[in-house]
Design a protein around this ligand. Structure first.
Ligand SMILES: [Zn+2]
Length: 332
């Protein structure tokens, strides 16, 4: 009996000692401190987990095709892949084609790729991004006449949206979602009005379905750089202030205020401008922009490659949009 008691005491003391050592070890750990994100106010249980590795992989995949410059074989190969990929997540996919004339008088074959989820739902959210990459690196100081791979400018928004498509196929949302990948966004001439966003200009006047509309829209553009900030862009604030506030509020409730600050940005004539003006769908632009560096030193340069892409930023944007989608019942 005495022996047994001693053994029990021994075990007990060993346990106490181990815990104490454990605690001590934790306290003296000099590694970076883990700061848990603020608790989301929206029921997290209903929101599937956005997979940042998948999103990253989908960006890599686009970049691996090479330059997605309209009219090139690489561009067409990527269009085919995007269509097939989306078809693996929904049977409701269509490709809108046209030949567009740019302000540079060049002809651009256009492929707007559209994937719909829950077509029976009246309430719909439009999610969009452009998928072409720029034919010139005009803001670089070397090889300015060569195209850029556009990992962030083009690739990132599409990567996030394909991952959202995958999630929607696994767990349908209580709202309809239409993903539109716009083509020929990035072949414009700086300071020439309406020279950018040709694919969205076309779609906004000729939607893929007659009388198509959505309750609101979100455009993702350059959403993958590490340390990105997304300001409340001016056209978004003018045309869809309630949507801006809704998106930023959700992001902030998830602890992402450093990415989505309550700071107003300038006016950016991105795809959403035409979706607002011509398709009359209140649409906001989540676009990388800082007051110090504007679009960032990578913009329209050869720096816009995979080295720039942060899985953390992809997760912040993906989780924000997913939280919005899966919380969309009751309505806005
Ligand atoms: Zn661009």
């Amino acid at each position: 009996m005495k022996n047994r008691l001693t053994t029990q005491k021994y075990i007990l003391w060993t346990l106490v000692l181990s815990i104490a050592i454990g605690l001590f070890a934790c306290k003296t750990d000099s590694g970076p401190k883990y700061i848990p994100p603020a608790k989301p106010k929206i029921a997290k249980a209903i929101v599937p987990k956005f997979n940042k590795d998948s999103a990253y992989h989908y960006i890599q995949k686009q970049v691996d095709f090479g330059f997605r410059v309209p009219g090139t074989p690489e561009h067409k190969a990527c269009a085919d892949w995007l269509e097939q990929k989306l078809r693996s997540y929904t049977s409701d996919v269509m490709v809108q084609t046209a030949t567009l004339t740019g302000k540079d008088n060049k002809q651009y074959p256009m492929y707007n790729i559209i994937a719909s989820f829950e077509p029976q739902q009246k309430k719909r959210i439009l999610l969009c991004a452009h998928w072409d990459s720029r034919a010139i690196a005009d803001k670089d100081n070397k090889r300015t006449a060569e195209p850029i791979v556009g990992a962030n400018d083009g690739g990132s928004g599409v990567g996030v949206l394909i991952e959202i498509a995958r999630q929607l196929s696994l767990k349908p949302a209580n709202v309809g979602v239409d993903i539109v990948l716009f083509d020929v966004e990035d072949q414009g001439i700086d300071n020439v009005e309406h020279s950018y966003a040709l694919g969205s200009q076309y779609w906004s006047k000729n939607p893929h379905k007659p009388n198509y509309t959505a309750n609101y829209g979100i455009l993702l553009d350059m959403v993958g750089a590490s340390g990105a900030t997304f300001l409340k862009e001016l056209y978004s604030m003018e045309a869809a202030p309630q949507v801006v506030n809704k998106v930023w509020k959700v992001a902030q409730s998830l602890g992402y205020e450093s990415y989505f600050p309550n700071v107003r940005g300038g006016a950016i004539a991105d795809d959403h401008f035409y979706v607002n003006r011509d398709a009359k769908i209140p649409t906001v632009d989540i676009i990388h922009y800082t007051q110090e560096t504007g679009f960032g030193d990578f913009h329209h340069t050869h720096k816009d490659n995979m080295d720039l892409i942060s899985k953390g930023t992809l997760y912040v944007v993906g989780n924000t949009v997913m939280t919005l989608i899966y919380s969309e019942n009751p309505p806005l």
